[in-house]
Design a protein around this ligand. Structure first.
Ligand code: IMP
Length: 190
């Protein structure tokens, strides 16, 4: 089965392709969708839906889209749905991490979790899948793999950041990996 993963982020397509060997995953570039799909909703669910619906409506293809946020307990769930642009509109990972480390400087509670919501449009019907990964924000960056906040996120039960893990290791425990596992289970049961 061919299915579109509505993202321009090559890192994410690579991560999810590794978890979905039985499907042919098409990126937005592969279907020549070069426009920026607006992510203007106030929730992860809303943004995932906006992206999947855009592809379904304009290209008539089965499609799924994800939206992820880093929810920090001491900041009442921020940056959450605004994780990409936490430090400004340019989605600069280093600036985002530096801002978060500064916000947490005097806060003893460094608990955080990543949460991913996937919205699937399959033959015109909508389905949602969710995965989360609990952990904490380290005091400094470590590791150079991955992307986004990976160098400062230590998953619960580990003493290494996501950025110090291989793609496979991260995929087994990550928010996106768990949400994708639910998506796969659903698609395999059809
Ligand atoms: P998106 O909805 O997947 O594009 O994620 C929004 C933002 O959350 C990204 O721009 C990253 O800053 C951050 N993010 C999402 N997934 C991850 C991850 O697996 N590791 C680190 N940061 C992530």
């Amino acid at each position: 089965m061919k299915i579109v993963f509505a993202t321009h982020n090559a890192n994410k397509v690579q991560e999810v392709s590794a978890l979905l060997p039985s499907l042919e995953l098409l990126s937005l570039d592969a279907i020549r969708c070069h426009e920026d799909i607006p992510e203007t909703a106030a929730t992860l669910e809303g943004n995932a839906h906006l992206k999947a619906f855009h592809v379904f409506e304009n290209y008539g293809l089965n499609c799924f889209a994800d939206d992820t946020g880093l929810e920090v307990a001491a900041l009442d769930g921020a940056p959450g749905v605004y994780s990409a642009r936490y430090a400004g509109p340019e989605n600069d990972a280093v600036k985002n991490m530096d801002k978060l480390l500064k916000e947490l400087e005097n806060k003893p509670n460094r608990a955080a979790r990543f949460r991913t919501v996937i919205c699937l449009y399959l033959n015109g019907r909508v389905h949602y899948f969710e995965g989360s990964c609990e952990g904490s924000i380290s005091k400094e960056k470590s590791g150079c793999k991955g992307f986004g906040y990976d160098p400062i996120f230590i998953p619960k039960g580990f003493d290494r950041s996501f950025a110090e893990m291989t793609l496979e290791e991260k995929g087994r425990i990550s928010h996106r990996g768990l949400a994708v596992a639910k998506l796969i289970q659903f698609l395999n049961a059809l």
